[in-house]
Ligand binder design. Structure first.
Ligand SMILES: Cc1cc2nc3c(=O)[nH]c(=O)nc-3n(C[C@H](O)[C@H](O)[C@H](O)COP(=O)(O)OP(=O)(O)OC[C@H]3O[C@@H](n4cnc5c(N)ncnc54)[C@H](O)[C@@H]3O)c2cc1C
Ligand SMILES: NC(=O)c1ccc[n+]([C@@H]2O[C@H](COP(=O)([O-])OP(=O)(O)OC[C@H]3O[C@@H](n4cnc5c(N)ncnc54)[C@H](O)[C@@H]3O)[C@@H](O)[C@H]2O)c1
Length: 451
């Protein structure tokens, strides 16, 4: 049995804990798959490389609106796929080589706790004074009759398929349905989205979610309040039987994408055998400093939290790194403002309280909504559907939440995230800084001035 000072379980965000300050420790990394984890290999990075490509196709198709008569002659799926993964795939080998060259043992089989602070890495038992558990999450597969008998994709596989499908059915109506729906439909795939709830992107502010659902429904088939009751194989793909408010429908498609959420990988790690307390969703329970129920075992990322976002996992890895170095001065995540963006069309970005959440929690609020069309750049875009929405505290006028749907939403929201993080009031952000004219940020300025 080998003993280490530090063992990292999972080399996604956990790998970032290991900076030069910890180089003196005898360390092992257990990673059965690819260094970089979900984000680099099958998540944020490749999906956004596809999204940017899809934006180009969509831009060409829509240019006629502005009087530029372009079009999409051909989408070379294989060339796009290979361009993306030829950049990503070599990074794994170089990351492993780098770690090994620096004296770190890399185990390439899955780790599994067999007792508190004892892990079976493949067939070898290892122990450590300190563990950092960051084993991430994986796609949930719903229990639908027939699904296990048909070929289907999840986000893990759909970006590497050989040919662009003529048609695709998507089960789910969240982040991945929105982003991959944009990618495949922009490339010319005929899309049907089957969503259990009454709108797409149900977790967004209801006004944003309603606008997005309306816009997507104009472009392709969207079945809402829909339950897939069975799936069967057809000669040229799959057929889904879907129960909708209007009655049963059959959806036929060449390819099926399943994206109904993700679950933490703590079952495969046998976190319970390691003595780690889990919540009802299988997430590892930690305190605010990311200490688990076992002294010396820390945990972060998708295995821990409900955000399932890379910037949150990154922030947590920085906190854990600090805490390993400074056990007498542990930090917590100082800033609990957790923004996100959905890189779809139109883009969506959000931070803080939604209007429905404010009502549910009986929180008093001021709200303002400004259309992009009210700002000069919105005119230039000939935009008719995008808006900025801001919620503020009526007493101290701090910003409670912000929600944007439209071009560049993920970038436009950043000053509002900053204001919330720094406790600035809507008036300070609106009046104490200059907004570049005629940038789209003027829509943000106008929404703030309206409060
Ligand atoms: C399609 C898609 C797009 C996304 N886009 C975005 C985005 O645009 N922005 C954003 O913020 N977030 C995005 N996310 C979410 C983001 O990828 C995750 O929040 C992030 O990767 C979580 O990091 P992590 O280190 O916790 O887990 P992971 O990155 O999943 O890393 C966990 C690692 O642990 C390893 N592991 C698993 N089991 C074991 C075991 N038993 N022993 C040892 N190692 C193990 C895994 O192989 C993996 O490498 C996206 C996710 C998906 C699926
Ligand atoms: N831009 C980003 O930050 C980004 C992009 C992609 C993924 N992610 C992360 O990955 C996670 C997983 O994404 P996701 O889209 O799989 O999950 P999600 O939680 O975003 O959405 C799942 C959707 O599926 C629906 N659903 C659940 N069961 C269903 C069923 N049986 N039939 C039909 N619909 C059903 C739900 O109503 C929900 O709308 C996200 O929560 C997010 O944290 C982030």
């Amino acid at each position: 049995m080998r003993h280490y000072d530090l063992v990292l379980l999972g080399a996604g965000s956990g790998n970032m804990v290991l900076t030069a300050e910890l180089a003196h420790l005898r360390t092992a990394i257990v990673e059965p798959d690819r260094f970089g984890g979900t984000c680099l290999n099958r998540g944020c990075i490749p999906s956004k490389m596809f999204v940017v490509t899809a934006d180009a196709a969509e831009g060409a198709r829509e240019a006629a609106r502005l009087g530029v008569h372009a079009g999409v002659e051909r989408v070379d799926w294989k060339a796009i796929r290979d361009r993306i993964f030829h950049r990503i795939d070599p990074l794994h080998d170089s990351a492993v080589d780098y770690r090994r060259a620096n004296g770190i043992d890399v185990f390439t089989e899955p780790g599994r706790f067999i007792a508190p602070k004892v892990v079976l890495a493949g067939s070898e038992e290892i122990t450590a004074d300190t563990f950092v558990v960051s084993v991430g999450s994986r796609p949930t597969v719903p229990d639908i009759p027939g699904l296990d008998g048909v070929p289907y994709h999840t986000s893990d596989t759909v970006m590497r398929i050989d040919d662009l499908p003529a048609s695709m059915a998507v089960i789910g109506g969240g982040f991945i349905a929105a982003e991959f729906g944009h990618v495949f439909s922009s490339f010319g795939t005929d899309l049907t989205i089957v969503q259990r709830g009454p709108r797409l992107l149900m977790a967004e502010d209801e006004q944003v979610s309603a606008r997005f659902t309306e816009l997507v429904s104009r472009r392709h088939r969207v079945l809402l309040d829909a339950a897939v009751t069975s799936v069967e194989r057809r000669a040229d793909g799959v057929a889904l039987t879907v129960t909708c408010p209007g009655g049963d429908q059959v959806v036929e498609a060449e390819t099926l994408l399943v994206c109904v959420g993700r679950r933490p990988n703590t079952d495969r790690l046998d976190a319970a055998a390691g003595g780690l307390a889990l919540d009802e969703h299988g997430h590892i329970v930690t305190d605010d400093a990311y200490r688990t129920s076992v002294p010396g075992v820390w945990a972060l990322g998708d295995a821990v939290n409900h955000f399932q976002l890379k910037h949150m996992a990154n922030a947590e890895s920085r906190v854990v790194q600090h805490n390993l170095l400074h056990p007498q001065d542990v930090k917590t995540l100082s800033n609990r403002v957790a923004p996100h963006a959905v890189f779809t069309s139109p883009q969506i970005a959000s931070v803080g309280l939604t209007e429905q959440e404010a009502r549910r929690r009986k929180i008093e609020y001021l709200v303002s909504v400004r259309d992009y069309a009210d700002a000069a750049y919105g005119w230039a875009l000939e935009d008719t559907t995008s808006f900025v929405k801001v919620l503020a505290n009526p007493v101290d006028r701090t910003i409670l939440g912000a929600h944007i749907i439209g071009p560049q939403a993920a970038t436009l929201i950043q000053p509002l995230i900053q204001a919330m993080s720094l406790g600035q009031t809507a008036d300070q952000v609106a009046r104490d800084v200059l907004y570049i004219h005629p940038a789209l940020t003027e829509a943000v300025e106008q929404a703030l001035l309206d409060l």
